[in-house]
Design a protein around this ligand. Structure first.
Ligand SMILES: Nc1ncnc2c1ncn2[C@@H]1O[C@H](COP(=O)(O)OP(=O)(O)OP(=O)(O)O)[C@@H](O)[C@H]1O
Ligand SMILES: [Mg+2]
Length: 211
């Protein structure tokens, strides 16, 4: 049984890697649950849709942080902890480290407060392994093909803000990983998917979790 979390900026290849690991677990008859944040339960998915809505009112950064944490508490208690207790592996797309990277790194909220809220929402549950898919912002933008049509100054400013935001998120992830290297596997996500998966599998074998 292992609780593995996949982190990285948008478009870094988390879904692709999780899918690859799932295929290996199926081959080895290892029971597992894949899930994601925010979301993972019906209530938490409703909170996700509140976070992703773009009309009317923009959530204040503190509101946003609390919505993520509310979704997380529900997800931990109703999905992650029960699956771990029944012996399943849990593969989770984003977890507490996303709150730190996006809300402290990106939005500049107080990091210590976020750590306290992370602990409160998870009631201390922490993954066995964090996987960071590290990719440059430029490369992730290319992959996501999110380029807006060229426009005037506003478009440029928006692009630039978005770039700097994601750059801060990436840097914060790298800082987290380097401060607890025994818990993190940092993978160069610019490599082809098969190579990224091979690096993960070899770490899981070294740990004795996979044969
Ligand atoms: N190692 C890779 N090399 C090149 N392209 C990749 C690689 N991994 C994934 N991709 C492609 O990049 C795009 C984004 O990948 P994916 O959806 O797995 O990322 P993600 O981290 O889950 O993104 P999001 O945060 O938006 O959910 C997809 O088109 C995918 O096929
Ligand atoms: Mg994804």
């Amino acid at each position: 049984m292992a609780f593995i979390v996949f982190e990285g900026i948008d478009g870094s290849g988390k879904s692709t890697l999780i899918q690859g690991l799932c295929e290996t677990l199926v081959q080895q008859n290892i029971p597992f649950k894949t899930t994601r944040e925010p979301g993972g339960t019906p209530l938490a998915e409703e909170i996700r849709s509140l976070l992703l809505r773009i009309e009317d009112e923009v959530p204040h950064p503190r509101t946003e942080l609390l919505l993520y944490q509310a979704s997380r508490a529900q997800h931990v208690e109703n999905v992650i902890r029960p699956h771990l207790e029944s012996g399943d592996w849990v593969l989770c797309d984003r977890f507490t480290s996303s709150s730190l990277a996006f809300q402290a790194g990106g939005r500049k909220l107080n990091e210590e407060k976020i750590r306290q809220l992370n602990d409160y929402a998870t009631d201390g549950l922490s993954p066995d392994l964090w996987v960071l898919l590290d990719l440059t912002v430029e490369e992730s933008e290319k992959r996501r093909q999110h380029r807006t049509d060229s426009g005037g100054l506003d478009a440029d400013r928006f692009e630039r803000e978005r770039f700097e935001f994601h750059q801060s998120v990436r840097n914060h992830y790298l800082k987290q990983a380097s401060s607890e290297p025994e818990k993190w596997l940092v993978i160069d996500a610019s490599h082809p998917p098969a190579q990224v998966l091979a690096q993960l599998l070899s770490t899981l074998k070294e740990k004795g979790w996979l044969s």
